[in-house]
Design a protein around this ligand. Structure first.
Ligand SMILES: Cc1cc2nc3c(=O)[nH]c(=O)nc-3n(C[C@H](O)[C@H](O)[C@H](O)COP(=O)(O)O)c2cc1C
Length: 329
């Protein structure tokens, strides 16, 4: 494919694609800078968007930044560039998470570029899914998407899946009882994060999904006790199809790998017609996070729990204007 020009419009479009990535509570905790002379993007965290209580170590924040980095790589590949990517650490610049240099190259970028259509189709779905099973072929494809980014994806057996669901219930109870944590979540939903057309962050009412009348799908209720006009109830899956994403270690670099792997899995799943949602609830409490791990698997640290299946189409959540997150120098 011919390369796109490296003008402001193209650079802005690439960052807009990056920012379509999922992030905890849709906080979008990322900042990009494009150095024109070296054709290089740098990615830094926006620590003002960190969740001090829910994510004190910034693990989830790094995972979101990793997801945005993966989208940037996909968008650059689709525009005809090889996205030469270097991950932290840089001792001289501790806040630098990654650099992506746009390289003119004859190497095929088709593996990344083919995921591009899924960037705008993927949305977190808090709707009920059907009981249709995901085929082993698709599961294998998702496992290798995670492996490509240095992470592991495991589909827990029914016994282990039930224990993960019990841990999510436990986390929900803890959050209900801990009002400062609950308040932090509430700041990112409903009116807390602004509303109407001017809203640029957080989880809007249209993305809440119905309240759970029955079923065991681990769907976080961002209404946090608020009554939302017109919001109904629904029966969710009794045996949701879960997958656990993990890494051998648990440092900043692992979280960036996990974020890229998570987005790779989500885009691949979206291309195959699957709906997806994420649940980090049980991972936000250290004593529960350890128990989510399957003792039978070689997974060191669980970084994310995914729920996959077939469900209704859902719509996009808002994003901040690119001018707020991109500097071109
Ligand atoms: C690290 C991380 C943790 C998340 N945890 C949850 C969660 O526990 N429950 C949930 O419903 N969504 C969770 N999400 C999904 C975000 O709420 C969602 O990505 C965000 O609201 C933007 O919406 P979108 O994914 O539809 O673009 C998480 C996302 C990330 C990256």
């Amino acid at each position: 494919m011919p390369k796109s020009p490296m003008d402001r419009e193209t650079i802005t479009a690439l960052v807009s694609d990056a920012a379509a990535a999922p992030s905890m509570h849709n906080a979008q905790p990322w900042r990009f800078r494009f150095a024109t002379a070296s054709a290089t993007f740098s990615l830094r965290p926006d620590l003002e968007r960190a969740m001090d209580l829910t994510d004190p170590a910034h693990r989830a924040l790094y995972i979101g930044c990793g997801a945005a980095l993966f989208n940037l790589r996909v968008a650059a590949a689709r525009a005809g560039w090889e996205p030469a990517t270097t991950l932290l650490p840089d001792p001289a610049d501790p806040e630098l998470l990654a650099e992506v240099r746009l390289v003119e190259s004859d190497k095929s970028q088709a593996d990344l570029a083919r995921l591009y259509p899924a960037i705008r189709l993927r949305h977190t779905s808090r709707q009920p899914f059907t009981d249709e099973a995901i085929s082993e072929t698709v599961r294998n494809r998702l496992r290798s998407a995670a492996a490509d980014e240095g992470a592991q994806l495991v589909f827990p057996d029914p016994w282990h899946a039930q224990s993960v669901l019990d841990l999510v219930d436990d986390a929900e109870e803890r959050e209900r009882a801990a009002s400062p944590v609950r308040d932090e979540t509430a700041q990112w939903s409903g009116a807390g994060a602004g509303d109407g057309a001017s809203r640029t962050q957080g989880v809007p009412d249209h993305a809440l999904g119905p309240r759970r009348w029955d079923g065991r799908a681990p769907v976080r209720d961002f209404a946090t006790g608020r009554t939302v006009p017109g919001r109904g109830t629904a029966v969710f899956e009794q045996s949701p199809q879960l997958a656990l994403l993990g890494t051998p270690d648990d440092h900043e670099l692992d979280w960036l790998h996990a974020g890229q792997a998570m987005e790779h899995v989500l885009l691949e799943a979206t291309l195959r017609g699957l709906s997806t949602s994420l649940t980090s609830h049980a991972l936000e409490w250290p004593e529960l996070r350890w128990a989510v791990r399957d003792p039978q698997s070689a997974m060191g640290y669980v970084q994310m729990a995914l729920r996959l299946g077939f469900g209704p189409l859902t719509s996009a959540t808002p994003r901040r204007p690119v001018e707020e997150i991109l500097d071109i120098v």
